[in-house]
Design a protein around this ligand. Structure first.
Ligand SMILES: Cc1cc2nc3c(=O)[nH]c(=O)nc-3n(C[C@H](O)[C@H](O)[C@H](O)COP(=O)(O)O)c2cc1C
Length: 198
């Protein structure tokens, strides 16, 4: 079990410590990470998402499941997240399998979002062709008028995914290219830690 493995616990502790330090230093968008996904056709795509929760079970991000990334994850749940903070020269790479979280968990997060973000997500046909920005704004205003102040329902296709790690790497930029790489890898025998040439 990933959660109880002491080597995984060490990796998870380091992950949360680095994220907390990044927050404390006031780095811009420390939750932002590049998410790479790959569909059945083997084509790899990457984009930035906000990793909203970092839990022993995995890293949670929210998106539209009908988007390019959502469709790719439905075909192939393997995915990778990569954080990079220029200010500190740190990179964190996390690979694993991403599955939808429970609907109640997505509801709970949805309710914390500002209303304008809810409206935008409710209307957006993310990744599809948009005729004009005015069309999008018009759809948001139309939904707001229709709701007459009632709560914005979470669309069924908008939810969280939890990326359950099987590979976590911490990289620190050091002078003269003597960078440090600490890699945690899950295997059938359990988690192991190793260092790698930079
Ligand atoms: C800083 C930043 C944070 C973002 N956070 C999210 C996010 O949490 N969820 C999301 O769906 N898109 C997010 N986006 C937009 C995505 O990068 C991307 O444009 C969108 O999800 C569509 O990707 P796709 O067509 O490859 O599926 C973010 C973009 C930036 C620049």
């Amino acid at each position: 079990m990933t959660d109880s493995d002491p080597v995984y616990q060490e990796a998870f502790r380091q992950l949360t410590e680095w994220l907390q330090e990044a927050e404390a230093r006031g780095l811009r968008e420390p939750q932002a990470a590049t998410l790479s996904t790959c569909g059945a056709d083997g084509r790899v795509t990457s984009r930035v998402v906000l990793v909203r929760r970092v839990e022993p079970k995995g890293l949670v991000f929210f998106t539209n499941s009908l988007s390019v990334k959502g469709r790719q994850l439905a075909e192939n749940p393997r995915a990778a997240l990569c954080y990079y903070w220029d200010e500190t020269g740190q990179q964190i790479r996390v690979e694993g399998v991403a599955h939808p979280i429970a609907p109640e968990e997505s509801d709970a997060y949805w309710e914390t979002r500002p209303r304008d973000a809810q409206l935008g997500s409710a209307v957006s046909r993310q990744s599809e062709v948009l005729v004009s920005r005015e069309a999008f704004i018009g759809e948001v205003l139309a939904l707001e008028a229709e709701l007459q102040g009632r709560p914005v329902p979470r669309p069924d296709h908008w939810f969280g995914y939890r990326l359950e790690p099987d590979h976590i790497e911490f990289f620190i930029n050091r002078p003269a290219r003597m960078h440090e790489r600490t890699v945690y890898v899950k295997s059938p025998e359990g988690w192991r830690r190793e260092w790698r040439y930079p």
